[in-house]
Design a protein around this ligand. Structure first.
Ligand code: AMP
Length: 439
């Protein structure tokens, strides 16, 4: 089925052709006609399945076909996403697909100056892509006219709930017109997502495509036995194969763990960077850009920081640490083998991980063979630990004190909005504009 038969606007088909897409992916085939009809959709799909285009292309078609002067200075489609990185990526995609249709795109996310975002809100836009925290901040100050929102998209809704954004989302959605199309995308259909659907959507159509829980055929999964004390040695050895390990995303369990892996790789002259919640937005963007440009071969990330990373061409994902949340395994390995390219996911299995492995097999419904890495000297002495290696780390299973693992938003005041402000200001209510106050 070619794109042309899906009912999309000609200007959009031209932009899609520019991207080099020949055929729609399964999620695109299933959702585009339904969204074009104006029906609400709950899409169960992972990143890497082409879901951004699946919702953007039909919304864009609808907006282009109904554009009038009355839309000036208003927001027409609001897309909420859990992380700044994801917001930036969605915005890049939307801008590319809008190339010939002249749709306008603006973003709102934390960690950068509010001023240009406020200016963009004042101008209005066809697409506003935002993280809930920053949008709540700006909307509560009276910025942005949301009375014309025709379509709301909640992307990676499960992640937004995990990260504690529900109160912010509730406040934002209450300020939107009731008559609108609402699209929700999530990797899983949990009870919380079902509740959200009932609250925000009208007779949504459930579309579940290409569940990565039967992980993509494009990803080869290799599991190696590895004593905890030799993980770094094994990683170093693997990465010596520069010809094959061209672009490698390594997952560590904690921020300190990610930094430590990175330090050890640098000591081996392997160029790398770490991204996690302790890194500023600018540092994360720089690291991501350097990875995309090939200036560094290895990016070490924690689960939360990695969400939404849309980098094509990752040859290997290495699970240095087994994921705490088993579902993250599927998210992690989906970072390679994207959009039909082949990739390899390597997971180090320590003795402590054996039980997790059995549970993971149940989730993905597949036996995963765990063997020894060929040519690896399992009898070698573990290297002596350096003073830096003894940074105290909490096991997240023992309690949610490490903010990055706790699922709470970073540095935000989303949940405690009322308390933090003292006075509750309805989101986006005209006349509540605030010039000063806490930022
Ligand atoms: P997403 O799931 O939206 O993060 O998309 C994953 C990747 O697939 C992105 O790099 C897109 O550019 C790419 N992509 C989206 N749709 C298609 C398509 N129909 N054919 C080929 N690649 C696509």
């Amino acid at each position: 089925m070619p794109f042309a038969s899906l009912g999309l606007d000609a200007s959009i088909l031209k932009a899609v052709a520019d991207q080099g897409y020949t055929d729609p992916t399964p999620i695109q085939k299933a959702t585009i006609p339904v969204i074009l009809e104006g029906t609400d959709v709950i899409g169960i799909a992972q990143t890497g399945t082409g879901k951004t285009a699946a919702f953007t292309l039909p919304i864009l078609t609808r907006l282009v076909r109904t554009r009038t002067n009355a839309h000036k200075a208003k927001v027409r489609c609001l897309i909420l996403a859990p992380t700044r990185e994801l917001v930036v990526q969605i915005a890049e995609n939307v801008a590319a697909y809008s190339r010939y249709s002249g749709a306008t795109v603006a973003t709102c996310y934390g960690g950068v100056s509010e001023r240009p975002q406020i200016a963009a809100l004042r101008k209005g836009c066809d697409f506003l892509i935002a993280t809930p925290g920053r949008l709540l901040d700006l909307g509560s100050q009276g910025h942005g006219d949301f009375s014309g929102v025709e379509c709301l998209v909640l992307d990676e809704a499960d992640r937004m709930l995990d990260m504690g954004f529900l109160p912010a989302i509730n406040t934002i959605v209450r300020a939107l017109p009731k008559e609108r199309q609402t699209l929700m995308f999530s990797a899983t259909l949990s009870r919380e997502i079902e509740t959200l659907t009932k609250q925000f959507q009208k007779s949504p159509k459930l579309i579940e495509v290409g569940r990565r829980s039967n992980p993509a055929e494009t990803v080869t999964q290799l599991l190696y036995e590895c004593p905890s004390s030799l993980k770094q040695v094994m990683l170093n050895q693997l990465l010596k194969d520069e010809e094959n390990f061209k672009m490698v995303l390594v997952f560590a369990r904690t921020k300190h763990g990610a930094d430590r892996v990175c330090r050890k790789l640098e000591a081996e002259k392997i160029h790398c960077a770490a991204i996690h919640a302790n890194r500023s937005q600018a540092q994360r963007q720089r690291a991501l850009q350097a990875f995309k440009n090939g200036e560094i071969r290895v990016l070490v990330a924690t689960d939360i920081a990695s969400r939404g990373i849309d980098v094509d061409g990752i040859t290997h994902v290495v699970n240095f640490d087994f994921p705490d949340q088993l579902e993250d395994y599927v998210h992690r390995i989906g970072r390679t083998g994207r959009a039909q390219a082949k990739g390899t996911a390597i997971t180090f299995i320590t003795r402590e991980n054996q039980g997790d492995l059995r549970r993971l097999e149940k989730i993905i419904g597949k036996h995963l063979h765990c063997g020894k890495l060929k040519d690896f000297d399992y009898s070698q002495q573990a290297p002596a630990r350096q003073p830096d290696d003894f940074v105290r780390e909490r096991d997240p299973r023992a309690g949610a004190h490490n903010s990055e693992r706790s699922g709470r938003p970073q540095g935000g005041r989303h949940g405690g909005f009322r308390a933090a402000q003292g006075k509750y200001r309805p989101f986006g209510r005209p006349g509540t504009r605030r010039t000063g106050g806490p930022k």
